[in-house]
Write a protein that binds this ligand. Sequence first.
Ligand SMILES: *[C@@H]1O[C@H](CO)[C@@H](O)[C@H](O)[C@H]1NC(C)=O
Ligand SMILES: *[C@@H]1O[C@H](CO)[C@@H](O)[C@H](O)[C@H]1NC(C)=O
Ligand SMILES: *[C@@H]1O[C@H](CO)[C@@H](O)[C@H](O)[C@H]1NC(C)=O
Ligand SMILES: *[C@@H]1O[C@H](CO)[C@@H](O)[C@H](O)[C@H]1NC(C)=O
Length: 124
Amino acid sequence: MGRFYALLYGCSLLLLASSFASADVVEKTFEVSTFSIERMCQQTTITAVNRSLPGPMLNVSEGDNVIVHVINNSPYEITIHWHGVHQQANSWADGPDYVTQCPIHIGNNYTYNFTVTGQEGTLW
Ligand SMILES: *[C@@H]1O[C@H](CO)[C@@H](O)[C@H](O)[C@H]1NC(C)=O
Ligand SMILES: *[C@@H]1O[C@H](CO)[C@@H](O)[C@H](O)[C@H]1NC(C)=O
Ligand SMILES: *[C@@H]1O[C@H](CO)[C@@H](O)[C@H](O)[C@H]1NC(C)=O
Ligand SMILES: *[C@@H]1O[C@H](CO)[C@@H](O)[C@H](O)[C@H]1NC(C)=O
């Protein structure tokens, strides 16, 4: 099995344009693990956040600081890629393994820390 690129099933980031000037810290813990689900009458093994499909949603407003503590309890080395999120001045938080970070080893933790600016919409 090759490296697992953790575009984990169904995590989404909802970015809201906000007229409020106050920036919040949105801090979450994502536990990544592998488990069995039934789809189309077939058992299949998936890797997802918090044993949930779809995964958790982060609701973030302009200027918020996103802190996500990832606990890798899966049998793969993983990263989380924030698909579509502009990582302005924090490219190290973008997620692709061996490009902007080393993978999170099995049984290890990693904290993503980035600030969302100039974006709105629903991203994967
Ligand atoms: C995910 O699960 C962990 C416990 O493993 C919990 O602490 C955390 O709040 C959950 N995160 C979300 C976003 O639901
Ligand atoms: C996201 O948060 C905003 C501001 O706190 C709230 O108004 C909105 O209802 C939330 N949206 C969802 C989908 O939870
Ligand atoms: C990862 O985080 C969890 C929850 O905070 C903690 O119990 C565990 O010891 C941490 N593991 C490592 C390798 O730091
Ligand atoms: C996130 O990054 C900011 C800016 O570098 C830093 O001040 C803050 O302490 C970091 N937060 C965490 C939880 O690592």
